[in-house]
Design a protein around this ligand. Sequence first.
Ligand code: BEZ
Ligand code: FE
Length: 329
Amino acid sequence: MDPSKVDIPLLKDLTIDNITENVHLINSGCPDPRLKYILERLVTHAHDFARETRLSTDEWMTGIKFLTEVGQICSDVRQEFILLSDIIGLSLLVDSIDHPKPRASTEGTVLGPFHTHDAESEANGSTISHDPDGEPCLVLCSVKDTAGKPLDAVKVDVWETDSKGFYDVQYATREGPDGRAVLQSDADGVFWFKAIVPVPYPIPHDGPVGKLLRVLKRHPYRPSHMHFMFDKPGYDHLITALYLRNDPYETSDAVFGVKESLLVDLGRVDADQARRYGVSEGAKLLTYDFVLVSDEEAKRLRESEAMKAMEALGRRMKLYNGLPVPDVD
Ligand code: BEZ
Ligand code: FE
C-alpha cells in the first residue's frame, strides 16, 4: 500500500489520549465490516486496559512471555490457549452467546480439549469404558426437540475419563480410543450405553496455565462429569456435559462449566432394567432427557439477543451474516 495514495491520518506525535482513535482510523479501510468491528472493539478494550491499569513495560513483557509459553506448549494433542480461555471463563461466555437456549432446552457447557475424532461408532447398549477399576454405570438417555418430539438419528458423541481421572489421550501408551464412543438415537429418540461413574480430575496443570492457577491460589479440579455432543441436520450443535450433584468441586469448577440444569443424581438399576439392559441390579444409573433447539429457533434467539445487547450499549447496529456491525449508512 502506498501511504501517499490513501486517505489515512498523519500518524505521528500520538498521545495516551488520541492513539486509540488513530488506530481505528488506519484500520477503517477494512472491507469486512464484522472484522473491522471486532478489531475496533479489541483495540479499544486493549488500550483502555493499559490506561486503566497504568500498565508498566515489565508487566507487559511478563504478559508477552506468558502468552509465548502458552503457544510453545501447544501441540496436536495439547491446546493451551483453549485451556487459558477456559480458566478465565471466556469459553463458557462465548458458548452462551453463540448458542442461546430457550427455557425448555438443554444448556451447553465447555467442550474442553479432550474430544477426539477417532471414537468408534457403537450400537446402543455398547460398553464405552473398559477400565476394570471403574464403577459400572448404565446411561439411559433420550433426545427431543423443544416441542417434545423424539429425535431419531441424532449423532451423539460421548466421552469421559477412566477411574483415575485421565482421558485415554493423556496416556502415552494409548493404543486406541477408550472411554468414548459415537452413538445414534433410535426411532424413539433413545440412546443408551454402559459407562463408568465419572470422577473429579484436574485439568492439565503442568504448563503455563497451571502456573497461573497456582499464582492465583486456584485449584485445577473439575467436578465429576460426562461429556455429550449432539449433531443433527437442522438443529443447533449442542456441546454439553452432565455433572454429578454434590461433587466436592460442584461449586468451584476450574473452568466454570457447571449449570444447575446439568446436575444429575445417579439412581440404581432395578430388576426390570437389569434384565432389559443386561446389567446388574443395583448398579449405578444415569438418566437424562436432552432437548435440542432447531437452527431457526437458535438463529432467531441469537439475533434478537444480539440486537438487545447492542441497544443496551447504546449502539446503532445492524446484522451482517447474523452478527452485529455498526449501522453506518
Ligand atoms: C474437560 O472437561 O475435559 C475439560 C474442560 C476444560 C478444560 C480442561 C478439561
Ligand atoms: Fe472433561
